[in-house]
Design a protein around this ligand. Structure first.
Ligand code: NAP
Length: 237
């Protein structure tokens, strides 16, 4: 069973989400000095076993999990629930990737082809560029479903992304980062629940920070939980 605090926190998601977007949970792990990664190109595992397990329960409580292409390229994540005992819900992986930079041999596509993961959806910007079209063909052959959304000022618009997911019957979405995606979702004021895992680690000035600026939403602390050595704080809008 998921931890009690997650069950009560997300109980309100059993209600119908807005017609324009799914319920959105924004979550990430940070060091005590508020870094979510070490130097670029190096994945930093911040969460301990207990909070990692909590994250997998959290994933199982959402229809889909979204990351940016920066995270997909840097970490090659699986975005699955492999730490949980079966049966449990396996969420749909979604990547924001305007230029289709995702590798056809990434773990998400490998897992899908091996029957151990759901088909990844890649959200991209339509293009007539022959190299974009050939990458699209290659990714589709590798198993991806490409969803095309026109870009806004050179970037995928968060409200348009959310509307397209809601139209595809995604009722709850967990957003797992990285830094650029966290900033976009926060400033779009579309976050219903914020869950931050803080590890007792100092990364230092070279680490990758994030910003929670620009939101019109106000968040109230809902719960604080010690999981192993990590502290998990949950906030509701
Ligand atoms: N500690 C944690 O919990 C955690 C979780 C996840 C990731 N991370 C870390 O975060 C780092 C990656 O962060 P990042 O900022 O480089 O990359 P990111 O946020 O994962 O991805 C950003 C990229 O996504 C694409 N994108 C498309 N539409 C977007 C939109 N509306 N808003 C934001 N991005 C959009 C853009 O690339 P295109 O223009 O090519 O589309 C953008 O450059 C990695 O080091 C990873 O380890 C940490």
């Amino acid at each position: 069973m998921p931890p009690d605090f997650l069950i009560s926190l997300l109980a309100r998601y059993s209600q119908q989400p807005p017609s324009i977007r799914p319920h959105v949970t924004l979550t990430f792990a940070q060091s005590t000095d508020a870094k979510i990664a070490a130097i670029p190109g190096k994945q930093l595992i911040l969460s301990g076993d207990e909070s990692m397990q909590m994250t997998h329960w959290l994933r199982s409580m959402h229809d889909a999990i979204l990351v940016g292409i920066g995270t997909a390229l840097n970490d090659d994540p699986q975005l699955n629930t492999r730490r949980l005992p079966p049966p449990h819900n396996l969420p749909r992986p979604i990547i924001l990737d305007s230029h289709l930079r995702l590798s056809t041999s990434c773990k998400l596509l490998n897992n899908f082809r091996a029957g151990s993961g759901r088909r990844p959806w890649i959200i991209s910007t339509p293009s007539q560029d022959p190299s974009w079209i050939s990458r699209k063909d290659a990714l589709e052959q590798a198993g991806a479903n490409i969803i095309e959304i026109p870009s806004l000022n050179g970037r995928l618009s968060v409200p348009a992304v959310l509307q397209s997911l809601r139209d595809r019957d995604v009722r709850s979405l967990m957003v797992e980062g990285g830094a650029t995606v966290i900033a976009s979702f926060f400033s779009a004021s579309v976050v219903d629940t914020l869950i931050i895992t803080t590890a007792p680690t100092l990364v230092g000035d070279n680490g990758l920070g994030y910003t929670l600026a620009g939101s019109h939403q106000q968040f109230t602390l809902a719960h604080t939980q010690l999981l192993g050595k990590d502290t998990v704080t949950s906030w509701v809008a």
